[in-house]
Design a protein around this ligand. Structure first.
Ligand SMILES: C[S@@+](CC[C@H](N)C(=O)[O-])C[C@H]1O[C@@H](n2cnc3c(N)ncnc32)[C@H](O)[C@@H]1O
Length: 389
């Protein structure tokens, strides 16, 4: 049988660029491990399969019934597109959230190590809790991004953790003997109370709570950039926010800090918080519940607000991503700027915070409209852009 051609995989609709690839050597090592183990597809679960490389390579090798969980909706859409491209048919796998349906009866779990230890802890807990009693978790990553603490996190949930010899700058950790305790409560989100109160400012939501599940940006901390944007919103009049029923989108909401702070300050606003990460969406929903906002702020899992109508927003709050996976790339932020341009009504505003060395102001002016600097600290710039008609 010919080798699976990883180079045909695409990242679309995620950002594509010559230096960004849709698979890596870790995917190939995980696939080889699964094929060598000879476990049937129906007993395999794949977690963190970024653009579907692992699932598709296994399906291409003839395995059926693989279960897969991807945190990012862009990855889910890329997998669907890649399936069509490879003509593999969707019956070879089924997509799930990180839950019992993904894992029950699974004897081999393949994992691309997540970026945060909190996310790894949550995944390892889920595998030990729900997978088969003799399940083996094989977690792989690029050696330069791996730490010994990852082994310690796995050892909280497995009796044995065995690092393998590195190959092509990637390494697999094999965790076996799951420490099953189904009576243990499910992991709760990390929760922190923040105070934003500025005397004399027009924006002071006071105390609010942030909740974070494993993979969410900044955990339950208030990111410095987010705080700079909240402070800036206090010092300048938010023209678009005047009047009842103002329609606001927190685009790339993470734990929902901007949406929650705005909704607390503006009880009449109609606020939508949206993110492409399932962990972020779970976190933002928990944040809204914790702040008594569950009925007022809708939280959606979506890629760059693709399911929201054109020109339907008066105000967008934007703290765009800086990293794409492990690499630094401006394209992810640019995609959200283009989305803001589509989502805003003419005359609507987008308030954006970004690292001062990034050239987002030019992109905002080009894609959205006239853009002024509201605040600049040594590290962050906040701008206000008005959507041209
Ligand atoms: C810098 S964080 C900001 C999070 C939050 N707004 C805050 O200020 O704390 C950027 C967020 O954008 C999200 N994101 C990145 N690309 C996205 C896309 N294409 N669609 C939706 N959300 C995206 C990330 O998942 C992340 O939660």
């Amino acid at each position: 049988m010919p080798e699976f051609d990883y180079s045909r995989l695409r990242r679309f609709p995620d950002v594509e660029a010559p230096n960004l690839q849709a698979w890596d050597a870790t995917d190939e090592l995980l696939v080889q491990h699964a094929l060598d183990a000879g476990v049937p597809g129906a007993e395999i679960a794949v977690i963190g399969d970024e653009y579907g490389a692992i699932t598709l390579a296994l399906a291409d090798a003839g395995l059926h019934g693989i279960r897969v969980h991807q945190d990012l909706v862009t990855g889910r859409r890329a997998l669907a597109n890649n399936v069509a491209e490879f003509g593999l048919g969707t019956s070879s796998f089924a997509a799930h959230e990180l839950d019992a349906n993904l894992l029950s009866g699974a004897r081999l779990v393949l994992l691309q190590l997540p970026k945060t230890l909190a996310a790894l802890d949550e995944i390892a807990d889920a595998v030990a809790r729900w997978a088969a009693p003799d399940a083996v978790l094989v977690a792989g990553g690029r050696v330069k991004h791996m730490t010994l603490t990852q082994n310690d996190v796995l050892a909280r949930h497995f009796g044995a953790v065995q690092p393998q010899r590195a190959a092509r700058k990637s390494r697999l950790l094999v965790a076996s003997d799951p420490l099953r305790d189904r009576e243990k409560p499910l992991p709760a989100p990390e929760t922190t109370t923040h105070v934003i109160s500025r005397d004399g400012s027009g924006f002071s939501p006071g105390e609010f709570v942030l909740c974070a599940y494993g993979g969410a940006f900044a955990g339950s901390k208030l990111d410095i950039g987010t705080r700079v944007l909240l402070d800036a919103m206090g010092s300048g009049a938010l023209r678009a926010s005047q009047g009842a029923g103002v329609r606001v989108i927190d685009l790339g909401c993470g734990t929902g800090a901007l949406a929650a702070a705005f909704a607390l300050q503006h009880p009449d606003a109609v606020v939508i918080a949206t993110d492409r990460s399932a962990a972020a969406v779970r976190s933002a929903r928990a944040t809204m519940v914790a702040n008594g906002l569950a009925d007022r702020v809708e939280v959606t899992l979506d890629d760059a607000g693709s399911e929201l109508p054109d020109a339907g927003a008066d105000l967008i709050l934007l703290n765009p991503p800086f990293h794409l996976g492990a690499s630094v790339h401006e394209g992810a932020g640019r995609r959200l700027i283009q989305a803001a341009a589509r989502l805003l009504r003419p005359g609507g505003e987008v308030w954006t915070v970004f690292n001062s060395h990034l050239d987002h102001r030019r992109a905002l002016t080009r894609d959205v409209g006239p853009t002024e600097q509201v605040v600049r600290t040594p590290k962050f710039t906040v701008t206000r852009s008005i959507r041209r008609g």
